[in-house]
Design a protein around this ligand. Sequence first.
Ligand SMILES: NC(=O)c1ccc[n+]([C@@H]2O[C@H](COP(=O)([O-])OP(=O)(O)OC[C@H]3O[C@@H](n4cnc5c(N)ncnc54)[C@H](OP(=O)(O)O)[C@@H]3O)[C@@H](O)[C@H]2O)c1
Length: 255
Amino acid sequence: MKYRNLSGKRILITGASSGIGRELAIKLAEKGCQIGLMARREKELTLLAQEISKLPGDALVLPADVTKRSQVKKGLQRLIDKWGHLDILIANAGIGLLHKAANLNTEKVEATMQLNFYGTWYAIEAALPVMLTQGQGHIVAISSFAAFRGLPKTAPYSASKAAIARFMESMRVELKDQGIDFTTIYPGFVRTPMTAGNRFKMPFILETSDAAAKIIRVIEKQKAEVIIPWQIAIFSYFIRILPNAAFDRAAKYLS
Ligand SMILES: NC(=O)c1ccc[n+]([C@@H]2O[C@H](COP(=O)([O-])OP(=O)(O)OC[C@H]3O[C@@H](n4cnc5c(N)ncnc54)[C@H](OP(=O)(O)O)[C@@H]3O)[C@@H](O)[C@H]2O)c1
């Protein structure tokens, strides 16, 4: 299926205060969408809502920590109270810290899984019953190309993004006939605060605006899974089929 037009769609974006989420909110508001803006930093969300008030769409500030189920649920309920319907959830909030394997500890692993995986699940947990009652809905999750193989220093990150990918796939095949669409997006590198501190080369890095425009095109087409940009899609294909011995040698240069 494909949307004729996103105008008027009621959308919840997690991680809307910065980077990809913020840019998605602006671009979707330009198309006339009504956007629930969820993240922890209320001040950033309020400034964004003011920016959106000059655009055709509308915004609702929903401060919440997505690692807290009750806050996510409450935020989504506020959106339903105001707009009565949720068309699309974009579960985008996440962190991408690099950790040397030798320095890993439970706190670091749990923090990444808690935000990237459980934060995504808590948003789906809140949205899915609403969508099932409506008989319609679209759940979009932002994974990463790091989901395809375990890259150096990314053990918790790669694991959290791979978990999102399999989780989304399982839900998609099961709920296809109940009016719920699922889209998983695997970005390569995007220039955002998350990657600002990276000192290594980031091939085919996308500007935030470009990444958001590509993500919206994928949402419009309601595709199941897309890797962006296409150069990273080709790279991801090859690293997925690379035998372990060759991958292990190549991986040394990927950090
Ligand atoms: N940038 C890349 O190269 C890249 C590549 C592949 C995938 N991704 C994925 O894309 C998504 C967005 O990343 P980005 O690059 O745009 O990063 P970013 O600019 O650092 O934005 C992260 C967003 O997540 C929110 N967030 C963090 N912790 C949260 C929490 N506990 N509760 C609610 N919101 C929280 C932040 O808002 P607050 O701090 O206000 O809460 C912020 O809005 C992430 O899932 C990331 O893994 C990024």
